[in-house]
Design a protein around this ligand. Structure first.
Ligand code: HEC
Length: 487
């Protein structure tokens, strides 16, 4: 590493101030460390992806802080607050779109960064920990994408996360526990939302900051690997300092990213569908595009084989990737001289692209699916176009929306319709000619009395053709929770 240039000049006032500051902070050495990093073979546009990721991270933090100012992580308010950001706040839709497209940009740039490191053999030569910290960052970003997806609490957020947590539930041994941990119970509700929110804004970011720090530190320690001709440990190529040329390249790339994200956000703002309705049995969830290959992959595994699909094969691929710099010890970096490494990477990447394409293809070919998806898209569009509607506290809306606050009652609501109670008592228990309204029933009877009444109906109820309700205990509980919620 080159010497710190001696620019000490205490003859001017600013020079004196600089010197005062430097003695207390060591700022000169820090900037020297940061900016004079030697790059073997010189600065290149090809090296912009790592710093591009830092830039996107910064953008996600800023837009995320903005969104968090309005957001309320509770099942009965989350959707309204996101609708408020999207429809009522000046520039709100734009910032939310930046955040949403930013997550896609992050995944794309990460894959490019990883592929480049892989193809260029830049993980070789004492870079094992650098590589591992990079993979951990990848996993953390995927976690951010997963937890962020639920937060708007619209139909697709709710049902896609239901699928995601169900998949986790399929894991052997820890599956059930993992699913409960993620959901904060057996059903999805406010507890789920609050867990995802905490993971998304506190927990995972804390790990991301730690590992970004580690990753950059380890990168600086190992030094830039340089072009594929360079030896990964002792590059003999002429070096060029990071500043100014590479800094300029990095800024150019960041500017291009700003342009793309801004343009996309302006031309095609992020969507928001109608509020999640857990009782909806028709809804067909589709994950964010970068999860589609996995979504498709899981279709091929069922029954006892599911373990192979969701644990064994992914574990093998991830294991091979993680241990790569430990077993691939040759210093050869030229891709055409590493056919096995490059071949297997292309195979996995190709399979993912194929699965993603297949997923879209499946949806387009099956007419019922295509119809339902089109209907959902139309509902989303209609919701986005509608004027913002604040929540009405204490109105009958509250009883209709109870499912959002209380997952048990949501289950009960479904039982209420499945057992045709609504046939006589009307939608949401509002009453018909064949049966009285059930609003306020929870105040009329206590829990046991109501339970008793359902199990052994009065003569009048029997005269009205109401049968005794015979359901297993847990379902009975859900039904009662729902009846109690009718106000
Ligand atoms: C065939 C029509 C019918 C169906 C189906 C039906 N009920 Fe009823 N239900 C009635 C009638 C009629 C009464 C009121 C009798 C009376 O006037 O007291 C009643 C009364 C009740 C009451 C007591 C209301 C009160 O204020 O005392 C409850 C609670 C109730 N039903 C719940 C249910 C539930 C839960 C279901 C579904 C499992 C259901 N009912 C299905 C017709 C029906």
């Amino acid at each position: 590493m080159s010497e710190i240039p001696n620019t000490e000049d205490t003859s001017t006032r600013s020079g004196k101030l600089m010197s005062w500051f430097d003695k207390r902070t060591g700022i000169k050495e820090l900037t020297h460390e940061a900016l004079d990093e030697p790059i073997p073979g010189g600065a290149r546009l090809a090296y912009v992806f790592g710093s591009g990721l830092l830039y996107i991270l910064l953008s996600q933090i800023i837009t995320g802080i903005f969104l968090a100012m309005y957001y309320v992580a509770s099942a009965d308010h989350a959707h309204t607050t996101v609708a408020y950001i999207t429809k009522a706040v000046t520039g709100g839709s734009f910032v939310r779109s930046l955040h949403s497209y930013g997550s896609s940009a992050m995944v794309v740039t990460l894959v490019v960064h990883l592929a480049q490191t892989y193809f260029w053999g830049a993980y070789k030569g004492r870079r094992e920990l650098l590589w591992l910290s990079g993979l951990i960052l990848f996993a953390l970003v995927i976690g951010m994408a997963f937890t962020g997806y639920l937060l708007p609490w619209d139909q697709k957020a709710y049902f896609a996360t239901a699928v995601g947590t169900n998949i986790a539930g399929e894991m052997p041994i820890i599956g059930d526990w993992l699913k409960r941990l993620m959901r904060g119970g057996t059903e999805m509700g406010t507890l789920t939302l609050s867990r995802f929110f905490v993971a998304h804004v506190f927990l995972i970011p804390a790990f991301i900051f730690t590992f970004v720090g580690t990753h950059v530190f380890l990168f600086r320690k190992a030094g830039s690997a340089g072009p594929i001709k360079a030896d990964p440990i002792e590059p003999k190529m002429k070096t060029e300092q990071f500043y100014p040329k590479q800094v300029v390249y990095d800024i150019v790339f960041a500017t291009i990213l700003v342009g793309i994200l801004g343009l996309l956000s302006y031309l095609s703002p992020a969507e928001l569908g109608p509020k999640a309705n857990p009782a909806d049995t028709q809804f067909m969830p589709r994950p964010e595009w970068y999860y589609l290959p996995i979504f498709q992959w899981l279709k091929y595994w069922s029954g006892p084989n599911v373990v192979i699909g969701i644990v064994v094969i992914p574990a093998i691929i991830i294991g091979c990737l993680a241990l790569l710099p430990f077993y691939d010890r040759k210093h050869q970096r030229k891709p055409w001289k590493r056919p096995i490494a490059i071949g297997s990477f292309l195979l996995v990447l190709g399979s993912l692209v194929f699965l993603g394409w297949q997923s879209g293809n499946d949806d387009a070919r099956d007419t019922t699916t295509a119809k339902q998806l089109a209907k959902q898209a139309a509902e989303t569009e209609a919701f986005i176009k509608a004027k913002f509607e604040p929540e009405l506290a204490g109105s009958s809306l509250a009883s209709q929306n109870i499912e959002l606050a209380d997952p048990l009652a949501a289950k009960g609501k479904k039982l209420f319709t499945d057992n045709s109670c609504d046939g006589c008592h009307g939608d949401n228990g509002t009453g018909t000619d064949a049966g009285p309204k059930l609003l306020g029933i929870g105040e009329k009877y206590n829990h046991d009395a109501l339970l008793n009444l359902l199990k052994t109906p009065t003569q009048k109820m029997k005269d009205g053709n109401m049968d005794p309700v015979e359901l297993p205990d847990d379902q009975m509980n859900a039904l009662l929770a729902y009846l109690n919620s009718l106000k």
